[in-house]
Ligand binder design. Sequence first.
Ligand SMILES: Cc1cc2nc3c(=O)[nH]c(=O)nc-3n(C[C@H](O)[C@H](O)[C@H](O)COP(=O)(O)OP(=O)(O)OC[C@H]3O[C@@H](n4cnc5c(N)ncnc54)[C@H](O)[C@@H]3O)c2cc1C
Length: 439
Amino acid sequence: METMTWQNWAGTASADPVRRAWPRSTEEIANAITAAATDGLTVRALGSGHSFTPAAATSGVALDLSGWAGVIAADLDSGLITVRSGTTIRDLNAVLDTLGLAMANLGDIDAQTLSGAISTGTHGTGAGLGGIATQVTGLELVLGDGSVVSCSAKERPDLFSAACVSVGALGVLSTVTLQCVPAFTLAADERPMPLGEVLDKFGEFAAGNDHFEFYWFPYGKNALVKRNNRISRGAGAPTDPPPMPGWRRFLEYEVMENAAFGALCRTGRAMPSTIKPLNRFAAATLSKRIYSAPSHEVFVTPRRVRFVESEYAVPRESLLDVLAELRAGVARLAHPVMFPVEVRVAAADDIWLSTAHGRDSAYVAIHQYVGLPYAGYFKLFESIATSVGGRPHWGKMHTRDAAYLGQVYPRFADFLRVRDETDPGRRFANPYLTQVFGD
Ligand SMILES: Cc1cc2nc3c(=O)[nH]c(=O)nc-3n(C[C@H](O)[C@H](O)[C@H](O)COP(=O)(O)OP(=O)(O)OC[C@H]3O[C@@H](n4cnc5c(N)ncnc54)[C@H](O)[C@@H]3O)c2cc1C
C-alpha cells in the first residue's frame, strides 16, 4: 500500500494527508476540491516539493498534479504559451526548445513545477528582469467552491495581481499562460574574484550584465562571479565563446560542484573542525569558465548535494551593509558554515506579494549542508535582513508572521481582502499559511 506521508526535497517539512488525489483535468481538480469540502477537509496542491517551508504540507487532501502536465496552446507569433499547472520547468524548456522559444529568465534549477515556482515568487537574477511570475500573463484557478475563474491584467485584475504569487492561498491553479521570448544564447563568464573587488563593483556588475550573481564562501577570500549575457546576433559568431564540451560540463558541474563538493561537505559534517579550512579550500579552487549555450542550459545547474536554505530580498541599496554585518556575524557563530552565500538581483515589479514588489532588489541566500546545525546562522541572518525591511522568499526558511509581512508589503491588506473573497471558508489553509497570512 502506498504511504500517504509527504516530505519535501530538503527533509525540512513532512505531512500525512488523509488522502491524495491525482486529477487529470480542470474538472477533476474541481471534483477533488468539492469532495474535500463535503468531507470537511482542507486541500493543498503539491508541486515538486522543492520549497524549504511547509507551504505545500497538508493534513487534508493533497492534490498531486504530476498527471496534469504539458502545453495546451502555443502562439509562435506572440510567444504566449499556456501550460497545465503540473508542468515542470524542465519539461517546459524541452517543449520551448522545439518551438524556438524560451523563458526570459530562470532560477538555478528546473525541477520545480511552474505553478510551485510562481506561487512562491521563484526568481533568477538580472537587474532589469523580474522573477518567473512576472512572465505570467494569465491564470485559470479553481476556487474552494469548485468554480473555475480566469484572470489577467484585463480580466479580474485584482485577482490576477494577488494570484501571480499567492503561496496557493486562493485556490488551485489549473493553467498558466506565459509570455515567452525567442530562444536565445547566453555567453557565460564565471570566474573567481576577490570578494572586496566584487563588492566595490557590485553596482557596475549588476547594471552592466543581463544576469549577474556571485557566490561567496563565508571563510574564503574569493567569490565566484557569474556574468551571463545574451548573444543578440545568434550563436556561432567568431567572437562568441565556444560551447562547453560535454565532458567538461560533466567535470565542472557534476564532479566539481556535486560529487567533489558533496565529499567535502560530508567530511565537514563528520569533522566540524575541518569546515573552515575546507571552505577556504573550496573558495581557492574555484576556476574560470567561459562558454556559450542555450539560455536554460546556462541558467540551470544540477543540485544533488542536499542543503537547507533561507533567502531574503532586500532593497538593493542595503546589500553592502547586509553583507558586511553577515560577514562579521559569521565569524562569531558557534557552528561553522559549510555552504556559500548566493547574491542575486531583480528589477522592481508590481505583483502584490512578489519579494521585489515596488523596489529594485538584491537577494541574499544562505545555506547549510543538510545535517549540520543551522539555527544560529539563520537567526543571525534573519535579524540582519529584517532590520532593512527584507522580505523572505515564500519557499525558503524564515520565521516571519503576518504582522511583519504586513509592514513590508504595501499591498498585503489587498491580498488578504482577495483571499477573504476567494477562500472565505479557508479550504486551502495549512499552518504555514496561518503563520504568514493569519487566520
Ligand atoms: C535545489 C533548489 C534550488 C532552488 N533554486 C531556486 C532559485 O534559483 N530561485 C528561487 O527563487 N527559488 C529556488 N528554489 C526554491 C523553489 O523554486 C521554490 O520553493 C518553488 O516553490 C518550488 O516549486 P515546487 O514545484 O517544488 O513547489 P512546492 O514546493 O511543491 O509548492 C510550493 C507552493 O506552491 C503551491 N502550489 C503548487 N502547485 C500549485 C497549484 N497548481 N496551484 C496552487 N498552488 C500550487 C503549493 O501548495 C505550495 O504552497 C530552489 C529550491 C531548491 C530545493
